[in-house]
Design a binder for this molecule. Sequence first.
Ligand SMILES: Nc1ncnc2c1ncn2[C@@H]1O[C@H](COP(=O)(O)OP(=O)(O)O)[C@@H](O)[C@H]1O
Ligand SMILES: [Mg+2]
Length: 304
Amino acid sequence: MISYRSVTKRFADGTVAVRDFSLEVPRGSLTVLAGSSGCGKTTLMRMVNRMVDPTSGQVLVDGEDVAGRNPVALRRRIGYVMQNSGLLPHRTVAQNIATVPRLNGMDRRAARRRTGEMMDLVGLDAQLADRYPAQLSGGQQQRVGVARGLAADPDILLMDEPFGAVDPLVRSELQRQLRQLHGQIGTTILFVTHDMDEALALGDQIVLLRTGAQVDQQGTPRQFVAEPANDFVRTFLGLDRGQRTLHRERAADGSVVVVDAHGRPAGVLAEPGDQPEDQPDAGPHPGATAEAGPRPGSQDAPTA
Ligand SMILES: Nc1ncnc2c1ncn2[C@@H]1O[C@H](COP(=O)(O)OP(=O)(O)O)[C@@H](O)[C@H]1O
Ligand SMILES: [Mg+2]
């Protein structure tokens, strides 16, 4: 659905942010571009909605080169969520969420209804609708940002470090919810982060980049943990510091949670029969397959 074909971006000052980058982002996937600051993630993401045009190469959406598309029309089909939510401070939560549907010609009443649905979808109390962004917590602001990004029912949602500024607890809740939401709506999501934990928790597919958007490894979270491609990946994953020493714990609700060396939950094991001896109801349960983090099998990851 999104195809990068040998894309290069050289900025006016000579900086080559992206060099000969190619990638297929499957329709309906949640693909994560991960890598350190400055490696070219934002530049790649902005090529999809033409906030940045490549110097050479092509970006295709549904087989069509975006270079031939009107940027305004293109952006109405592509949601965009930024790190600091990007909310308009002088507009209420409801007005912020309704922005693109209204631009697309939706009438006020329908937009209000849509706003309510979106707030429900991202877990925002309806009573917050008339507040201004400054009257919300960081986590709530990010939820509004996600609701706004999805309000026009876009084909693609671009998310650029959307949870970077919220505290870790809220952050994992937002990640869990995004995973669930993605399972529900099936929108193609391209997600950028410099945080490998986040990449592992969210991605169907992860693309780990270094300077110039050079791909170090591309694969599922399980492949990353089980078979890191090289020392850069190993270091980035924290495998060299033993931070990813995983073990299993049983949560109060009976599910098996994978926990890292710091006691942080890294995922939920969803595969039936993983621990057959004390898991009589090992059949699928709601949301189980949508859970992310190291996939079943990643407990075989190297330990330090
Ligand atoms: N408008 C610009 N002009 C010049 N250089 C830029 C511009 N935008 C980004 N860069 C440079 O391109 C590189 C990649 O930037 P960016 O895509 O923002 O990286 P990331 O999102 O991975 O942190 C960096 O070296 C950055 O300084
Ligand atoms: Mg960036």
